[in-house]
Write a protein that binds this ligand. Structure first.
Ligand code: PMP
Length: 404
């Protein structure tokens, strides 16, 4: 049994009041709150273990290194990668994608080549590719989307050509909550020998991830969206692909030998990890992954799906409610608008009731343009949200609607 009240006790911030109202935190797509266990792991490491990793012979350095490398193994297990060589620590999804766009661009993109992204990507899975295309004289092509907010996969056939160097697609849309059929997309791309990057920023917190089953070549996610700290994330890459790519940044850690004449590079994954890593954050990320694993990703997924179903059902009772997208499979994200109430007014007034939602374009301006809007209000759920909180949200929306 999933005991949400017990789970909530692990998150001290949920007991806060905002303007004298109990906090209802529904901005989890932007970042999640942290359980005590994660914060305590960081405090404990700084108080008792702190030393730079990998280079030291002394006790603390070895202990910090052991924690850091054990965290890599925890990540490997969590997404079921074959080997820890395939787990590159980064600062987050954005850096993971920039790393890949730069190195893949250097290794295998030339003038006239193409990169395919989808119509519902976050800016961080558009702009790094666009920058690389500009540098290399390549072209960005876009998988279109239906009015229901699903990708038009029949268009893939004609989009994937012998010039396509990579296909990049989000697992779950941070605006519409659409869960994309990434396994099918990967299969279609692989039939043509094209590698696939999945942006897992919005899927990792909500469902079990098995990169071997998805068979994607690359997978990126952020620690802070899955109850871990900010400033740490992961790029998974199949070993055979990572081996083909040059380093991203130069510096300590990523080298084998350096001379002024020539430098040789370290083995995977260190080739991509120049400089001192945020080893406290990697340990805390592993603590967060252990935390959700203990609760069970299947349980979390089932709990949140029910919460989302309930939220849609209740929100639809409000006059003038428009929920964006009607995907067959939706994760814990709902973008909405009520009548002609501006999303900024909606967000600001909900805030006064203690309810935190996000407003704006959600870093997906091309998607906003496709929907013909400037922005939405967005409620996004986490493992600690409750149906009572959704009732508070719906009452709040109703109150605001009556004001206008
Ligand atoms: N991709 C998606 C789908 C996202 O929702 C986000 C964060 N909103 C990102 C990428 C970027 O993540 P980060 O800012 O942690 O790098």
């Amino acid at each position: 049994m999933y005991d949400v009240n017990k789970v909530r006790e692990d998150f001290p911030i949920l007991a806060r009041e905002i303007y004298g109202k109990p906090l209802v935190y529904l901005d989890n797509g932007a970042t999640t709150q942290k359980p005590r266990q994660v914060v305590e792991a960081m405090v404990d490491e700084y108080y008792n273990v702190n030393a730079n990793v990998h280079r030291g012979v002394h006790f603390l350095s070895q202990q910090a290194t052991d924690l850091h490398e054990a965290s890599r193994e925890t990540v490997r297990r969590f997404i079921n990668a074959r080997s820890t060589s395939e787990i590159v620590f980064t600062r987050g999804t954005t850096e993971s994608i920039n790393l890949l766009a730069f190195t893949l661009g250097e290794a295998m993109v030339s003038e006239g080549d193409e990169v395919v992204v989808s119509a519902m990507e976050h800016h961080s899975n558009i702009v790094p590719w666009q920058m690389m295309c500009e540098r290399k004289g390549a072209r960005l092509r876009v998988i279109p989307m239906t009015d229901k907010g699903e990708l038009q996969l029949d268009a893939l056939e004609s989009l994937l050509t012998e010039r396509t160097r990579i296909l990049c697609c989000t697992h779950v849309s941070n605006v519409l909550g659409t869960v994309n059929p990434v396994k099918d997309i990967v299969r279609t791309a692989h039939d043509r020998g094209i590698p696939v990057l999945i942006d897992g920023a919005q899927s990792v917190p909500h469902m079990p991830i098995n990169v071997q089953e998805l068979d994607c070549d690359f997978f990126a996610f952020s620690g802070h969206k899955v109850y871990g700290p900010t400033g740490v994330g992961v790029l998974y890459g199949k070993e055979e692909w990572l081996e083909k790519l040059p380093p991203y940044q130069g510096g300590g850690e990523m080298i084998k030998n350096v001379s002024f004449e020539k430098t040789t590079y370290n083995e995977l994954p260190y080739k991509f990890e120049a400089g001192t890593p945020d080893y406290v954050a990697t340990h805390a990320l592993a603590t967060a992954l252990d935390y959700v694993t203990r609760l069970g990703m299947d349980n979390i997924e089932a709990y949140e799906r029910e919460l989302t179903r309930y939220a849609i059902e209740q929100m639809q009772q409000v006059d003038g409610m428009h929920i964006f997208g009607e995907p067959q499979e939706r994760d814990a994200v709902i973008s909405f608008q009520v009548g002609d109430i501006h999303h900024l007014d909606m967000g600001t007034l909900l805030d006064r009731l203690g309810i935190a939602v996000r407003t704006g374009h959600h870093c997906a301006e091309p998607l906003m343009r496709r929907l013909g809007i400037e922005g939405t209000a967005r409620a996004s759920f986490a493992l600690y949200n409750t149906k009572q909180e959704i009732d508070v949200l719906v009452e709040g929306i109703e109150r605001i609607r009556k004001m206008f």
